[in-house]
Design a binder for this molecule. Structure first.
Ligand code: ADP
Ligand code: 5GP
Length: 203
């Protein structure tokens, strides 16, 4: 079974990754599929278990680690997040229409995929905020996190931005200032990058 090159989206929490991904799915319902990660964090209003994430307990997450299910996993802001091989495969398999998988992961996950699963040959895209102040405003405006969680996420954002500044970390950096402009750039990148990857059976 051949697979299409996954798209890895990374960027600080609150920068607008989910918003951009949703627009892509709305415009191309059959071309892309979301790689549904597992997480131990609490479900937010508007999220659906099995669609936004697989919401699991820490014990269940540990069990999946032991079973070797994850391509990568990381602790982010006090919660565990991970991508299973199954999550990527289920998007790419022909039974689901052979779609291109989109992963929304943090920079720790990006590093792990580069180190351990480079054969997947993803396109790495960093979504950057126009400024730190704008990021704070978006996290506050989203109204899904406590003040403490927002502070932690803003702290994590510094790590994400630091990694993105290192040369060669990402294939593309898109500044999400104006949403329409950022979406037009993302659309161009995903439609114009070659999508042929290697075989998923090697995962
Ligand atoms: P992420 O998935 O990266 O954590 P979200 O997609 O949840 O971020 O976006 C965080 C908040 O910022 C949401 O309330 C969203 O509507 C808003 N947002 C996204 N893009 C922009 C933008 N370009 N300008 C202003 N607000 C934005
Ligand atoms: P949130 O709690 O806002 O949904 O996500 C917090 C952070 O976790 C974001 O940076 C998001 O990209 C990252 N994330 C989501 N799923 C995964 C995953 O499977 N692996 C890794 N490493 N990070 C993830």
């Amino acid at each position: 079974m051949s697979t299409l090159r996954p798209l890895v989206l990374c960027g600080p929490s609150g920068v607008g990754k989910s918003t951009l991904i949703k627009r892509l799915f709305d415009e191309f319902p059959n071309k892309f599929g979301f790689s549904v990660s597992h997480t131990t964090r609490q479900i937010r209003p508007g999220e659906t278990n099995g669609k936004s994430y697989h919401f699991v307990s820490r014990d269940e997450f540990q069990q999946l680690i032991k079973q070797g299910e994850f391509l990568e996993y990381a602790e982010f802001s006090g919660n565990m997040y991970g991508t299973t091989a199954k999550a990527v495969q289920s998007v790419s398999s022909s039974e689901h229409g052979h779609r291109r998988a989109i992963l929304d992961i943090d920079s720790q996950g990006v590093k792990l995929i580069k180190m351990n699963h480079a054969h997947l040959n993803p396109v790495y895209i960093f979504i950057s905020p126009p400024s730190y102040g704008a990021l704070r405003q978006r996290l506050e405006g989203r109204n899904t996190d406590t003040d403490e969680a927002i502070t932690r996420r803003l702290k994590m954002a510094l790590h994400e931005l630091h990694y993105a500044r290192k040369s060669g970390s990402f294939d593309y950096i898109i500044v999400n200032d104006d949403l329409n402009r950022a979406y037009a750039l993302l659309r161009k990148v995903v439609l114009e990058t070659p999508d042929e990857g290697e075989r998923l059976s090697r995962v």
